[in-house]
Design a protein around this ligand. Structure first.
Ligand SMILES: C[S@@+](CC[C@H](N)C(=O)[O-])C[C@H]1O[C@@H](n2cnc3c(N)ncnc32)[C@H](O)[C@@H]1O
Length: 444
């Protein structure tokens, strides 16, 4: 696409045909019209579509929606997700066959490594590997509740909620009979199927309602109110809803605590606390972290597990890496730290540090390996700089947002670390989201 200056004024409501599209970050395709970039949802790169402009406030680009698919892609399928087909924002790629969706994600990660990370064109092919079937993979779901008390799925970038049709992501049975109950309008539900097959349902309200006689109202430590952070949760909408200053968590079904397992290890964690959404993710990511450690730092004695949650990677590293004396897990969330301390009690190879990562690094023993798994906002220049200054043999950087992952990798590159391996995982099938894991070593 040529980078022409915009020629004509475009206003919301204008319609035009467009093709020559390419996959871009955030579940959109981008093309050009009259020298202006046009971002379109629900279209594919090899399609010709009629679009209508929805937002033309910026002079150099606009957003548009599909009115008609004029030349459909052979990769377009009937949407796998009924909620997305009804307008929900959950599964923004459920109309694409999953093999092609993975190719698109792979291209987007490669493109961001060039555009944002500053790497050379085509320097990295990032394979995006399947973790299983495109539907029925999510063991943990967060839903909205509409004004009538009915649970459903949020419309993209909106408070509107689609009810009466289920999203296709959850594992079988997770959402069964959910609508038999009426919830507080405007509340959010967190539903978890735990490792022992128990289902837990917690309702989160923004302020303290009177306690109903048939419900237990408490937070994860049994206190009545909570003021928790959802910084580790996936998704902008989740995070924006999570900034509410106070909330009350009410257990509707099951328990306030869920059991999670990886291998022989068990964690008891509040239902509302962070755990990877895809049922295969903790095991597969952990195996990748371990294999990168074995390949690039086999003699490591000390590892850091930053943004470590409950220490899933720490556990796999001490189990699998011969000669590793200790792993220092740094995590800010109290619930995760409490669960990690209980799980690793008596195991002096794993030490849990409750602190923001930026505050903790100067206090830790020098690392041979640093595992970094930040929330969507990424680690940022300050944290990456401190990691590089500690001169580990290996950094394993994990990202659930392709743009901040590319930005952070670009910072490592500037500071003397180069990626030697990058793996992608299709940990959020039917959506544009992708998990990427990079092994980085010092440039000698
Ligand atoms: C993507 S999750 C990864 C958790 C863990 N590695 C796992 O796979 O289960 C990010 C974690 O970072 C934590 N976190 C977010 N910001 C943090 C910060 N500034 N310092 C320490 N931990 C933070 C969150 O509580 C969350 O547990």
């Amino acid at each position: 696409m040529s980078e022409q200056r915009p020629q004509a004024t475009v206003t919301a409501g204008d319609r035009f045909e467009i093709d020559g599209l390419r996959a871009a970050h955030g579940g959109v395709v981008v093309g050009r019209h009259d020298g202006r970039a046009v971002f379109v949802r629900n279209a594919l790169p090899d399609e010709r579509v009629l679009v209508e402009v929805t937002d033309a406030r910026k002079p150099s680009f606009c957003h548009a929606r599909v009115i008609e698919i004029l030349d459909p892609s052979p990769h377009r399928i009937d949407p796998l997700c009924p909620a997305a087909a009804a307008g929900a924002g959950c599964c923004d790629l459920s109309f694409v066959d999953d093999t092609h969706a993975r190719s698109m994600k792979s291209l987007v990660v490669g493109d961001l490594l060039e555009r944002v990370g500053g790497f050379e064109t085509g320097q990295f092919e990032v394979p995006v590997r399947s973790l299983g079937a495109p539907s029925g993979w999510r063991t943990r779901v967060r839903m909205g509740v509409d004004a009538t008390g009915t649970p459903g799925t949020h419309v993209h970038a909106s408070d509107a909620i689609v009810v009466g049709v289920d999203c296709a992501q959850p594992v079988d049975g997770l959402l069964a009979d959910l609508t038999a109950h009426r919830y507080r309008p405007g509340s959010e539900l967190v539903v978890v199927l735990d490792a022992d097959g128990a289902r837990h349902l917690t309702e989160i309200t923004a302020s303290g309602p009177p306690e109903p006689t048939d419900r237990r109202s408490r937070d994860r430590q049994g206190r009545r109110r909570s003021n928790r952070s959802y910084s580790g949760d996936r998704g902008r909408a989740q995070r924006s809803r999570a900034v509410r200053p106070r909330s009350v968590e009410t257990v509707i079904a099951g328990d306030a605590m869920a059991v999670h397992r990886v291998g022989d290890r068990r964690w008891d964690l509040p239902v509302t606390a962070f755990w990877q959404a895809h049922r295969e993710a903790p095991t597969r990511y952990g195996a990748t972290v371990v294999s990168m450690a074995q390949a690039y730092a086999p003699s490591a004695r000390v590892a850091w597990d930053l943004y470590g949650g409950v220490g899933v990677f720490a556990g796999q590293l001490v189990d699998e890496l011969d000669g590793l004396d200790r792993v220092l897990v740094v995590e800010a969330d109290t619930a995760a730290v409490t669960a990690a301390e209980a799980t690793f009690a008596g195991d002096d190879r794993v030490r849990i540090v409750r602190a923001p990562v930026a505050d903790a690094l100067d206090t830790l023993d020098a690392p041979d390996i640093v595992v970094v798994d930040p929330p969507r906002s990424g680690a940022g220049r300050g944290v990456v700089g401190t990691i590089c200054a500690a001169e580990p043999e290996l950094v394993v950087h994990i990202g659930c947002d392709a743009a901040t992952f590319a930005r952070d990798l670009g910072t490592y590159r500037e500071l003397g670390y180069r990626p030697v391996e990058i793996e992608g995982f299709d940990a959020f099938p039917m959506t544009h989201h992708v998990e990427a894991i990079a092994a980085l070593v010092p440039v000698r």
